[in-house]
Design a protein around this ligand. Structure first.
Ligand SMILES: [Ca+2]
Length: 412
């Protein structure tokens, strides 16, 4: 019930806010102004209530007054939140953006410039400096785009908004705790639209749990221009979730003709030499070095590059669980460390199937006599097998990959 109300609120708000923002008229109709100020008034009432509850549990009034000085309902934050949810780039476009030549070049410069502290951080936490630099590059382009939105305003707006209200209310609580402890000042407390702060974009709860004071000045200062504490905090975070030093996140591999791509699933792990025996090797034809147990990962089917992923893939997922993010960080780390770019070519110009399209694909395969055991819109072994059987029967290339071309073929 609550979610239905939240949904209705979202639609009416989005419509009204959109109309107010896009109005070309310098004197928008009065009704829109009334709506906008009513919104602001509702937000300020919410803030007043939040402050009363905080005082009741012992938060100093002075801290709250400082925290909320000038804080308003931030429409931009809500717009970003809505777009983020629907926004999805093909993995190769995302990789191209995060692992561009410029990003690699700047990462190598950052590695040199901060070598001394990065070496010390690597030594203390056992986390490779290249991956720390890669997270820095992926999150804020090495500190360039740390965000300049008040974290109190961002988290309060999202908590008030309600789509993920409970989560952001607790992030707001953690933001206030930062001020109570005096970790930094209300003025410095800036970040992204979602409340992610500093060089490596810690959300307030992660800051409390994992940030460290590495330079020894008594403050865990991830907001300073000097990135030392932020980089050490990232290393501490990765260590906490089991980073294994010297192990890559993922290594690109070559598949021989006989390689069975139905083994490309997370739960199926082998050692690199076992993979080599099944036709999955490095580009020199030799087994990938023995970094540990690995899964085969084909982000774009056999139309794109193939990777072996290791334990550290799961560790970086704790930062951001999107495959594209983890692969980008892992690849940027290797590139910053001197490795060559990904060799295989991506199916640029195509795009991954949307869930509804996968569902249609499954229905059409089943109707054609190649059962996918249901049509849930997700690719699993049953769908992959059905695709392979269909491709074989039709005399197509048998790669088991759900593509737009395959869907088009089924519609013929
Ligand atoms: Ca410090």
């Amino acid at each position: 019930m609550r979610s239905i109300i939240a949904l209705l609120m979202f639609f009416s708000l989005a419509t009204l806010v959109g109309a107010a923002t896009l109005s070309p008229s310098p004197n928008p109709p009065k009704t829109e102004i009334r709506v906008s100020s009513a919104k602001e008034e509702a937000f300020q009432n919410w803030v007043a209530s939040y402050k009363r509850q905080a005082v009741a549990r012992g938060v100093p009034q002075r801290v709250l007054d400082q925290a909320f000085r000038g804080v308003r309902y931030n429409e931009e934050v809500i717009e970003k939140d809505r777009n983020q949810a629907e926004f999805s780039l093909p993995i190769w476009d995302y990789l191209g953006r995060i692992v561009s030549d410029e990003q690699v070049r700047n990462g190598r410069v950052a590695l040199r410039r901060h070598r001394r502290s990065l070496d010390a951080i690597e030594e203390r936490y056992g986390v490779d400096k290249e991956v720390v630099v890669a997270v820095w590059g992926a999150e804020t382009r090495y500190g360039e785009t740390r965000g300049d939105i008040s974290v109190v305003e961002a988290t309060a707006t999202l908590a008030f908004d309600g789509r993920r209200g409970r989560f952001f209310r607790s992030q707001l609580d953690e933001t206030i705790n930062i001020l109570i402890r005096g970790d930094t000042t209300a003025r410095n407390l800036k970040g992204s639209w979602a409340g992610a702060m500093g060089h490596t974009q810690f959300i307030p709860s992660s800051y409390r749990a994992y940030a460290v004071d590495f330079d020894g000045d008594g403050r865990r200062d991830i907001w300073a221009n000097d990135p030392t504490d932020a980089l050490a905090s990232t290393a501490a975070y990765l260590k906490r979730f089991g980073w294994r030093k010297g192990q890559p996140v993922a290594v690109e591999v070559r598949l021989s003709k006989g390689a069975d791509i139905s083994l490309a699933r997370r739960s199926f792990v082998l050692s690199p030499s076992q993979w080599a025996a099944r036709g999955v090797t490095g580009f020199d034809g030799k087994p990938v070095p023995n970094y540990g147990q690995a899964s085969l990962f084909l982000p774009a089917g056999t139309n794109g590059p193939a990777f072996l992923t290791f334990n550290n893939f799961r560790v970086v997922e704790r930062y951001n669980a999107a495959d594209a993010y983890v692969l980008a960080v892992g690849n940027l780390a290797l590139r910053v460390g001197g490795a060559r770019p990904v060799q295989g070519s991506w199916p640029v110009g195509s795009r991954p199937l949307k869930r509804a399209e996968i569902q249609e694909l499954q229905e059409r395969l089943t109707a054609a006599g190649f059962s996918t055991q249901g049509a849930d819109g997700l690719i699993g072994p049953n769908t992959t097998n059905a695709i392979r059987q269909y491709q074989r029967a039709r005399g197509l290339k048998v790669d088991g990959f759900a593509s737009l071309d395959l869907l088009a073929d089924l519609k013929r």
